[in-house]
Design a protein around this ligand. Sequence first.
Ligand SMILES: [Zn+2]
Length: 528
Amino acid sequence: MFSRKPYIALIFSLLLSACSLVPLTPQMIPTAPAESTRQRATIVFPPTFTPTISPTAIPTLLPTPSLLAMDQSAALLPHFAEDALAYPEATSYEIEISVQFNPEDTLAQISGLARIRFTNPLEIDLPDLMLMLWPNDEQYQSTMSAGPVLVQDKLVVPDVRLDGLALRVDLPRSLPPNEMVDLTLPFTLEVGTMHSPSPKRLGITQGVLIAPTFYPLVPRIVNGEWDVETAPPNGDTTNSDIAFYTVKITASSDLKVVASGMEVSSRLVEAGKQQVTYVSGPMRDFAFAVGAFETQSRKAGDVVLNAWVLPEHTEDFDKVLDAAEIQMELLGERIGPYPYTELDIVDAPGAFGGIEYPGLVYIGTMGTSWVIEPTVHEVAHQWFYGLIGDDQIHEPWLDEGIATFATALYYEHAAGLGQGTGFLSNLRSVVRDYPEPDTPIGLGVGEYASPSDYTIFVYYKGALFLEALRNQLGDRVFFEFLSDFFQKYRYGFASAEDFQDRAESACGCDLDTLFDLWVYEGGNIFEP
Ligand SMILES: [Zn+2]
C-alpha cells in the first residue's frame, strides 16, 4: 500500500519536511457525493439474496464443477506454465459473482458463491477451518455476510468471530493431514462510496468500483494455529498463502471489468450483462475493478501491461505505462522474472497513493502530478508481497521498505545514479529531522505511535536500510542476494529472519549488528 496522506511527494525539485502533508489539490480529493441532494441509486437485489443465514439456501449451494477444469497455466508465461501444477496442496477457489453497479450509483452489491478446496498442511487433524471476511474491516467501505457452508454434503452454520471479520467452520469430520476438504458458501457484500479524506481499499470512488479480497479468504496457518487477527488501521490487512483462483464475474456490459490473472472467456449473457472468467495461476489474493475505463496496453518483455484509466485521466497513459515498463524490466532483470502473462494498472481515485494486489494494482493519484512514484512502488510490490509473501501486519518493512527502495532503483535506472541517490537523500533528511529517528523499522503496523511514524520508519527508513545493506555488501553481492532470496521464496512467505539468513549466506558474513541497528533494536544511523 502507498499511503498518500502521510507520504510526502518526494518530487526531486521539492523537499518537504516530515510534518508537511502534501497539500491536497482539488484534483486529488475524491469527490464525495452530496448525499442530501443526490438520489441514491436503486439496487435490485437478486431473488436469491438472503441477508440472514437460512438452510433454505441449500439448493443454491451446489458446487460448480464447470469451473474446475479451467487451465491455470493460461495466466502464466509459457516458460512458467508448469508453476500451475507445482503446488497441488495450495488452496483453490472457484468463485462466481454478480456485480450490481453502475458508475452513477453510490451503493453496489457483490453476491455469489465461493467453492474452496483446502488441504490440511499440518501433521495433526484439523477440527475447523477459518475464513476471513476482510470487507468487514473498517478499511473497506462495505459489509459482508457469508454462509451457511456446505462441507462435502453437510450444511454447517459457521461461528462468527472478531465482530464478523472471521468465520469458524466446525468441520463435520476432522480433516486428517494432507487431506482436502471441499466447501461451498454463498456471500454478499453491500458496498458504499468512499468519502474524502478517508481512503478505502474496497468501495466506489468517482464512478469506479474497486474490490480486492471480496470473497471468504482462507488465512494462513502459523505455528500450527490459524492466523486470525484484526488488522491495525493504516497498514495492509491481509496475510495469505498462494492459491489458485477461477473467478467468473457478471457485470454491466456497458463497463469494463478488470481483474487479477488472465481473462479466459467473455460473453454476453443477457441484455446488458457480460460474464468474464479469469484464472490466476499461483497468487495470494484476487482483486477486480469495474468502471467506464479507457485502456491502453504495452509489452514489458513478454508481459502485457494494461493501463485502465478514466476518460478524464487519459493524459496519464504514457506516464504510467512508461514507468511501469521500465520498472518491470528492471526488477525482472535484477530480482527475478515476473511469471504471469499480464499486469493491470487501474485508476482508483483516492484509494490511498495506490494499493497492491497480485496481478493488479490500484493507483490513487492519476490526474495529479504524483503518478510515477505510486506506479513504480506498486509495481515493485509484485515482487515484494505478491511473489515473495511477507507478514504485512507484523513485518511490513519487508514489502513496504523494499518497494520504496525499488523507487530509488527505478530513478537510478531511468534517470541516472544521481537521481536514485537524490531520492534516498531526501528520505534521509526527512528521517533525520523526524522525532525519535532511532526507532527501528522492524515493528508491526500497530506498534508505531501514529500513521506518520509508520510511514517514516517502515517506508522511508526501510528504504534507507536497503541502501545501507547494499553499501555493506557491495552491488554484486547485494543483487545476487536479492535474486537468491527471490528464487528461494518465490510463491512462498519470508520473514525478516529469512531475509537476513539469505543476505548472510550471500556475503558469507555476520549481519547481526546491522540488522539490530536498523531492524530490531534501532539506534543512531547518522554520523554524530
Ligand atoms: Zn506499498
